[in-house]
Design a protein around this ligand. Structure first.
Ligand code: GDD
Ligand code: MG
Length: 363
């Protein structure tokens, strides 16, 4: 038996307004909630039991799991839900969810952040953890700008030297290696995390383990990695899944675009660069949609040009609009001839009259 905890309790603030009704891991990416891609990747790596560590909007996960054939009881991976009444932070969530684990004290337990898309060899990480007899093994990746992440310098033997979460000063930027959001914990290390209070693994548990000279290993993997926490990254992750650049058992045939069941797309519309058109969504004549995620039931008018954007469920974009690098919330209505660029966010159910916006967010 191999067990895992998937951390999905965060509020997804950077993806508002999309995360007002739907927790970030339940947003659809390449046709299924993002969580499904992660659960199927875990199953592929031999995980047979997975605890979803929920807090924010836990009921959305529960009702999805109750109906889903993809990750239901017959799918080869048992998914159970732990719900923190009050969010306990990443460490507190791991400790709380561990009550539902069956692994013994010396067995490895996988932990995943709920918003990272990776090509990691998960099985290889567990093997490394066991071969090196580590207390915790961290999956690391290299990025150009590490400031928004946990910095993790290692020595030549792969031992972690420091853990610096979201460094504040230039002196703290000691490496381009970051915590990529997947760990293997030996079960008894999880048992040593304080129960019933908020704990951050990044700010408290990892630094304390290092202080106590416990063996914390880091494995740098050069493969695909993306944190889907911002709108542009979310779109990028979806596009990369549809196009087959990022691996997922839920995407069997890579393609230039994906149209879900019941989508109505005009024959003169152009869909490209990994765009997904949700179920029952409509795309009008002459519309050009490039690298976008259009959620279920959204309506895109004639001659609209939409790029690198997310259009929420049931939103309506009337004719002749331009939308670039922006987010339109669920149920919003954008009147004809509007131009949304560079990070505009239209709130859920907002109504924008015709010709109201023709400037970018930072003007
Ligand atoms: N159950 C539960 N309870 N889950 C939580 C809680 C909580 O209180 N707080 C956060 N989470 C979950 C989020 O849902 C997410 O899946 C994960 O923990 C990480 O939280 P984020 O809010 O996405 O953190 P981040 O992206 O700023 O930073 C983290 O990920 C980076 C890599 O993507 C850190 O782990 C960084 O060190 C890391 O580099
Ligand atoms: Mg994140």
């Amino acid at each position: 038996m191999r067990e895992a905890i998937l951390l999905v309790g965060g509020q997804g603030t950077r993806l508002r307004p999309l995360t007002i009704n739907t927790p970030k891991p339940m947003l659809p990416v390449a046709g299924v909630p993002f969580t499904v891609h992660q659960i199927l990747r875990a199953r592929e790596a031999g995980v047979t039991r997975l605890v979803l560590a929920t807090s924010y909007k836990a009921d959305v996960f529960a009702s999805f799991l109750a109906d889903s054939a993809l990750v239901g009881p017959d799918s080869g991976i048992e998914v159970v839900i732990a719900t923190e009444e009050v969010p306990l932070g990443t460490g507190g969530a791991i400790r709380f969810a561990s009550a539902m684990l069956e692994s013994g004290p010396d067995e490895p337990v996988l932990v995943f952040n709920g918003d990272v898309l990776t090509g990691l060899d998960i099985d290889g990480l567990v093997n490394y953890h066991q071969d090196s007899q580590s207390d915790v093994t961290l999956y690391l990746t290299r990025v150009d700008d590490p400031r928004a992440y946990g910095l993790v310098p290692t020595n030549e033997a792969g031992e972690v030297l420091q853990f610096l979460e979201k460094p504040q000063t230039p002196e703290e930027i000691v490496t381009d290696q970051i915590n990529a959001g997947c760990y293997v914990f030996t079960r008894n290390v999880i048992d040593s995390i304080p129960a019933d209070r908020a704990v951050s693994v990044e700010r408290e548990t990892f630094p304390q383990l290092l202080e106590a000279n416990r063996r914390v290993s880091g494995v740098v993997d050069p493969g695909y990695w993306l944190d889907l926490g911002t709108p542009l990254a979310f779109v990028q992750g979806s596009v990369d899944l549809v196009r087959g650049f990022a691996p997922s058992p839920a995407v069997t045939t890579p393609s230039h675009y994906l149209a879900l069941l019941g989508a109505e797309i005009s024959r003169s519309a152009e869909l490209s660069n990994g765009t997904t058109i949700g179920a029952q969504a409509q795309v009008g004549a002459g519309a050009v949609i490039d690298g976008c995620v259009v959620f279920d039931g959204a309506v895109i008018g004639d001659r609209c040009r939409i790029r690198n954007s997310i259009i929420g469920a049931g939103a309506v974009i009337e004719n002749d609009c331009t939308v670039e690098g922006s987010v339109v919330g669920d149920g919003a209505r954008v009147g004809a001839h509007n131009e949304l660029r560079d990070g505009v966010r239209v709130w859920a159910n907002a109504v924008i009259p015709e010709l109201a916006i023709r400037f970018s967010a930072d003007q």
